[in-house]
Design a protein around this ligand. Structure first.
Ligand code: GTP
Ligand code: MG
Length: 246
C-alpha cells in the first residue's frame, strides 16, 4: 500500500512540544499550522499547567495529546515534563500564542544536520513584525545575549528564542532544571558546556494575538542572569569534542 504522506526514507519522527498557559484564543490555529507544516510529525504535545481557560479542551479537539498538570509551575517546568513524555526522535519547541510561525518548522528541521545538536530559530537574524517585541524587551534580550556570549565565548544572536529543534535524546541528557523563562538559557548553557554544536536559522516573530505574558521582567531577568553566571563557571571545563562554544 502506498504511504499517504511521502517522507524521505530515514526521516526522524517529530514531537512538536507546545507549553501553553491560558492560550485558548490561539492554540487551535497553532496546532493546525503545525499539522500542515511538520514533516515526520508523530504528535503535537501540549503541556497545560493550570490554565484558567479552555486551552486543554481546545488543544485536544484540534488533535493534540494534552498533558494537564494541576498546578502552574512555569514554562520551564512544562517543557521538562514534555521532554519526559515526548515520543518523537526529534523535539520541536514553539510558543502556543501564535508568535512563532509553524510554516518555518521545516527550516529548523533541515538545519538539524548530523553534526548539529541544537537549532535555534533566531528572531534577531530574521524579523520582528510590528508589535512583536517592546523596545524594553528588545534591549533586555540584547543585553542578556551579549552577557551570555561574553560568559561562554559564544556568538549566539538570540539566546532567549523558544523556537528550537533538538533530538529527544540530547535534550533528555541535558538534565535541565529551569522552571520558568530561564529554560532557554539553561538549555544553551548545558548544551555548550557538553561541547554541543548550536546553529541558528532566521525566523519571523509575530505579535501576540491575545492576552499577555506571565514574564516578570525583574525576577525572570535575574533568573536568566543566574544561569549565565553558572555558564561562566561551567565553561572552564574542557569541551569533550574539542570544539569551542560557538
Ligand atoms: N504550560 C505553561 N506554559 C507557559 C507558562 N508560561 C508561559 N508558557 C508558554 O510559553 C510560551 C511563551 O510564553 P510567553 O509568555 O508568550 O513569552 P514571550 O513570548 O517571551 O512573551 P510575549 O512576547 O509577551 O508573548 C507560550 O506558549 C506560553 O503559553 C507556564 O507557566 N506554563
Ligand atoms: Mg509569547
Amino acid at each position: 500500500m502506498a504511504d499517504l504522506v511521502a517522507e524521505p526514507a530515514g526521516a526522524p519522527s517529530v514531537t512538536v512540544l507546545l507549553p501553553a498557559h491560558n492560550e485558548a484564543p490561539s492554540i487551535a490555529a497553532v496546532i493546525a499550522g503545525v499539522m500542515r507544516s511538520t514533516p515526520g510529525l508523530r504528535e503535537v504535545l501540549v503541556i497545560d499547567d493550570g490554565s484558567r481557560d479552555q486551552t486543554a479542551a481546545l488543544a485536544e479537539a484540534a488533535g493534540a495529546r494534552v498533558i494537564r498538570l494541576p498546578e502552574n509551575r512555569g514554562k520551564g517546568a512544562a517543557v521538562r515534563v514534555g521532554v519526559r513524555e515526548a515520543e518523537g526522535e526529534v523535539i520541536v519547541l514553539l510558543d502556543a500564542d501564535g508568535q512563532d510561525d509553524p510554516a518555518e518548522i521545516p527550516l529548523l528541521l533541515d538545519a538539524l544536520a548530523d553534526d548539529v545538536d541544537l537549532v535555534v530559530g533566531s528572531r534577531f537574524l530574521g524579523t520582528f513584525e510590528a508589535g512583536a517585541i517592546t523596545p524594553i524587551d528588545r534591549l533586555g534580550n540584547l543585553a542578556l545575549t551579549g552577557l551570555f556570549n561574553v560568559a561562554t565565548r559564544s556568538r549566539v544572536t538570540d539566546t532567549q528564542a523558544g523556537f528550537r529543534a533538538i533530538r529527544r535524546e540530547t535534550l533528555a541528557a541535558l538534565e535541565l532544571r529551569a522552571d520558568r523563562y530561564d529554560i532557554e538559557t539553561d538549555m544553551l548553557v548545558a548544551l555548550l558546556g557538553r561541547g554541543g554544536r548550536v546553529v541558528e536559522v532566521a525566523v519571523t516573530r509575530r505579535a501576540r494575538s491575545h492576552g499577555h505574558t506571565d514574564l516578570d521582567r525583574i525576577r525572570d531577568g535575574l533568573r536568566i542572569l543566574g544561569r549565565i553566571i553558572g555558564a561562566r563557571w561551567r565553561s572552564r571545563t574542557p569541551l569533550p569534542r574539542g570544539r569551542g562554544a560557538r
